[in-house]
Design a protein around this ligand. Structure first.
Ligand code: URA
Length: 238
């Protein structure tokens, strides 16, 4: 969902069919609240998720939703699918409406998926300029060698899309297991990067996105993010 932003005075003037100057007076008279607090000023920027009230009566607003889910293998990162269970099928009906997925995982990848209806939140986490670390545990068919880390750090050219991957970090954790940290998410990126070494990925699991981890969230389960967690992400967009 796109997040629309407005100045408070413009929003109220439009809703009430009055002049913006009249809104200034209403603010001075303490008749307006934004999220149950006095507004910062008539120029405060609000969006569809803010609860704006005049004389205690609230204008329509959308409840912002933010969830962290532990995706099992075999569940598709899509909102609709005819063949497979989707990540939305793992949520209660009330929670599932209007959500989009913040960075998809392949059908046979497990791990951390974030879902929201707030476009600012997904952009803050997924835009490559935001440089948010996504950490994956990768299990491979063949043994790893020292060459892998430098190739991942250098970036790989994907000629089909005409791009070079951003520097990625690879840490060998055992002969056939590595932790890979990406700050972007190209189509099948990790599988294709290991494909350069003709080393098939047998299992792929996303452990974390930024400071979010799967602690206390079992496979197939989810939880709502706390207000502090949401604010920490959104503070980077302002
Ligand atoms: N890279 C992949 O190849 N698949 C994923 O699901 C995520 C990253």
């Amino acid at each position: 969902m796109q997040t629309n932003q407005f100045r408070l005075d413009r929003f109220i003037a439009k809703q009430c069919q009055i002049k913006k100057a009249a809104v200034r007076l209403m603010v001075a008279q303490k008749r307006i609240t934004v999220n149950d607090l006095p507004p910062q000023g008539v120029d405060q920027i609000i969006c569809q998720f803010d609860k704006v009230c005049l004389d205690g009566k609230c204008f329509a607003y959308t409840k912002a939703k933010y969830f962290l889910l532990h995706k099992p293998v075999g569940v598709v990162s899509a909102t609709k699918d005819d063949a497979h269970k989707t990540v939305l099928d793992l949520l209660s009906t009330d929670d599932a409406s209007d959500l989009h997925i913040v960075g998809r995982l392949d059908l046979n990848t497990s791990g951390l998926v974030l879902l929201t209806n707030d476009g600012r939140f997904s952009k803050a986490l997924m835009h490559p300029d935001a440089k948010v670390d996504k950490v994956y545990l990768v299990t491979l068919a063949n043994e790893l060698t020292d060459e892998y880390a430098s190739a991942f750090a250098k970036g790989m050219e994907f000629s089909y899309e005409g791009i070079t991957t951003m520097p990625a970090q690879l840490e060998i954790v055992s002969q056939k297991r590595a932790l890979v940290t990406l700050q972007e998410g190209k189509y099948h990126q990790i599988k294709r990067m290991f494909g350069r070494f003709r080393n098939p990925v047998l299992a792929l699991h996303r452990q974390s996105v930024g400071s979010f981890t799967l602690t206390d969230v079992a496979v197939g389960q989810y939880r709502a993010l706390t207000q502090a967690e949401v604010e920490q992400v959104l503070s980077k967009t302002q």
